[in-house]
Design a protein around this ligand. Structure first.
Ligand code: SF4
Length: 276
């Protein structure tokens, strides 16, 4: 167990590089290793959870909150999330409609904080934190104010929303996959299209999650998994034991994750100065 506390990365119980063993998952998630999908498929298939609440991209950058109950439904949610999907009300309705008792929620750090606080410090009768078994937070540099960003892509680069297949971060560039082409944009050029709240957000990994997941450039094809407590550690280790994921020690990439977290903090501090 690594004792990294009170720092930018929050509580780190273990840090790993993980990869799905299932060919179908790997095929769809080549860049990221697919470990989150494999881990959640494991939890669903072993009855540890009864649903996964996550975002599914619909068109362009838009998405909607969905509940996946099978590996196939999970696979349909593949793809990077570049817009924020209003989870809470949809999630509560879905949980109640389908009478789910133990869900995993895959979300962004700001949402992980909301769900984590509701679960650990319930305030209202309408809270449903006791039904959230795992919070899986994805590393996040920001989400777009998508109308303004889509307008920029259309006006400056002639890219229409309906032609966008995927958006991925590659080093300091944002790659927009559209039609059969890829447009590579320096990340600094598109910062101004991030949501205002993202410009002052300081959490890169999702410190309120049970598990945080993302990737680093130096280990392409692998997912970085940070476990934050014993429950998360046990899930990851048993998924490895049962052959759902391959697992390697990831302590050598903690510097890369920390570097990205520091850059996000510096951006927030700079932007806060302008706002105050
Ligand atoms: S940058 Fe922060 S506020 Fe913006 S979507 Fe990511 S976690 Fe949420």
């Amino acid at each position: 167990m690594m004792s990294v506390t009170d720092n930018l990365l929050g509580n780190v119980f273990g840090i790993y590089l993980a990869r799905a063993t299932d060919e179908e998952i790997l095929k769809r998630k080549v860049a990221s290793g697919g470990a989150v999908t494999a881990l959640l498929a494991y939890a669903l298939e072993k009855g540890i959870i009864d649903g996964v609440v996550t975002a599914k991209r619909t068109e362009g950058l838009e998405g909607q909150a969905v509940v996946a109950r099978t590996r196939e439904e999970l696979l349909e949610t593949a793809g990077n999330k570049w817009s924020i999907v209003p989870f809470a009300s949809r999630m509560k309705a879905k949980i109640e409609e389908e009478d789910l008792k133990n869900v995993a929620v895959v979300c962004l750090p700001c949402q992980a904080q909301f769900f984590g606080q509701m679960r650990d410090f319930p305030l209202l009768e309408s809270d449903f934190g006791e039904r959230i078994k795992y919070i899986v937070s994805l590393f996040c540099i920001g989400t777009f104010a998508f109308e303004a960003f889509l307008n920029y892509l259309r006006m400056k680069h002639g890219i229409m929303a309906q032609d966008i297949k995927d958006i991925a971060l590659k080093g300091d560039f944002l790659e927009i996959y559209h039609g059969d082409s890829v447009l590579s944009l320096p990340i600094k050029e598109v910062y101004s299209y991030l949501q205002a709240g993202c410009l002052v957000c300081t959490d890169y990994t999702g410190t309120w999650g049970d598990i945080s997941a993302g990737f680093v450039e130096s280990e392409k094809g692998w997912t970085v998994l940070i476990t934050r407590n014993l429950k998360a550690e046990e899930l990851v280790k048993s998924a490895e034991k049962d052959g759902y994921i391959e697992l390697r020690d990831g302590s050598h990439v903690i510097g890369d994750v920390l570097k990205a977290a520091r850059e996000k903090l510096a951006r927030a501090q700079k932007n806060m100065m302008y706002l105050l």
